[in-house]
Design a protein around this ligand. Structure first.
Ligand code: FE2
Length: 384
């Protein structure tokens, strides 16, 4: 447990400086500390939810006394006159007075690793039965999915609806106008190009929704047709390549919104206005949207930037189409794969009418998947 060597009140009580056992000194504002108190009047002991609003904390809040003992810091606040304990380990984990780790646009979280065709042998692979029975097998696979935005599952049942059992491993199905799930096989009068034998350019699904479905599962039930391999491309790697080659083009795709639309079904008119490469306000790369079939007229780019925008859009497409970027595979019945639809593009190569190909697909939510993984990690930490 971290033990502070020192605590000092600064700025007349407006903040305190804590020196942790490793010698690092971090400052904390009084208002931040009061807002992040974990006593039972500030946070519910049962569910950890905050019981007070910021408005209940006086604007003039200050620290009038700070002491250290046994891994804890005791702070007394004025004008409340309350003394509240703080866990030093928690403070050390949540310190914000540190140099910014990321200064460039398009940075990514540490648990993300981008990839190209070289990933072929490193694809996160899970056995369906093992993941159902053994939490560790599921946790390892989910960690791989978090890292690479993609994973395969083998050994599942060959029966219609089995994809719901895959989703049940980590979360819940997200229903859309396509239904709880959709069939992917040749149709005579297709309502969507995904249901024909044509090859498709790598894309993210449904960028015309806001929010987009954040996870897609495709589950194979029959696959004896010629061709029809699936392929995936890491949209984050594609964005990185564009940024390295053409920082100005990357900037244009992040700063201006594209538009996407789907109105191919009765009673459906889905529209969104979002960038193809989305960054958080601090520059973190958070999502890629790329889908030539549902791209609508782009009208949010100023005239003087439109030519440059189109050049960057074209180049991003070329990078995505580069075979050096793709991992391809042919699914056998009972096998499936999952993509983070905010990051990894998927595609299908063309297939012939000979034989049959039947996949079922559905959407789910990435926050639920990450929640399942985080809860497992937490349980492991507590057991350790
Ligand atoms: Fe798709």
């Amino acid at each position: 447990m971290a033990r502070a060597a020192e605590v000092e009140i600064l700025e007349g009580g407006g903040s305190v400086a804590v020196t942790f056992a490793n010698g690092e000194t971090c400052r904390f504002h009084a208002v931040w500390l009061r807002d992040n108190a974990w006593d039972d009047k500030t946070r519910s002991p049962g569910n950890g939810q905050r019981l007070i609003t910021l408005g209940e904390i006086p604007r003039t809040i200050s620290v009038v006394s700070a002491t250290l003992a046994g891994g804890q810091m005791q702070l007394t606040f004025a004008p409340e006159g309350r003394t509240i304990p703080y866990d030093l380990s928690w403070l050390e984990r949540h310190a914000y007075d540190r140099p910014a780790g990321h200064t460039f646009r398009g940075w990514m979280a540490e648990d993300i690793e981008t990839w190209d065709a070289g990933l072929a042998d490193g694809v996160p692979l899970g056995d369906f039965s093992a993941m159902r029975q053994e939490p560790r097998a599921l946790r390892d696979w989910l960690r791989g999915v978090r890292r690479y935005g993609f994973g395969k599952i083998t050994g599942g049942p060959i029966e219609s609806g089995a994809l719901f059992d895959v989703v049940a491993l980590f979360g819940y199905v997200r229903e859309t106008n396509y239904g709880r799930h959709f069939e992917v096989r040749t149709e005579v009068n297709p309502s969507n190009l995904a249901y024909t034998g044509l090859g498709l350019q790598a894309h993210t699904d449904n960028p015309y929704r806001d929010p987009v479905p954040t996870v897609q599962v495709l589950y194979c039930l029959e696959n004896s047709a010629e061709g029809g391999e699936n392929m995936v491309v890491d949209g984050f790697r594609a964005a990185e390549r564009l940024r390295d080659e053409d920082p100005h083009g990357f900037d244009l795709l992040t700063r201006y919104c594209a538009r996407f639309e789907y109105a191919g079904g009765s009673g459906v008119c889905l529209r969104s206005r979002r960038p193809m490469i989305e960054l958080a306000p601090d520059g973190e790369l958070v999502a890629v949207r790329f889908n030539n079939r549902s791209a609508a007229a782009i009208t949010d780019v100023p005239y003087e930037h439109m030519a440059g925008y189109y050049a960057a859009y074209r180049r991003l497409g070329e990078i995505i189409d580069d075979p050096a970027m793709e991992v391809s595979f042919k699914l056998s019945p009972g096998e499936s794969f999952l993509v983070d639809n905010t990051r990894v593009l998927h595609a299908r190569k063309g297939y012939s009418g000979a034989g049959s190909r039947w996949l079922q697909g559905c959407y789910a939510d990435k926050d639920g998947l990450l929640s399942t993984l985080a809860a497992m990690d937490l349980k492991d930490r507590e057991a350790a």
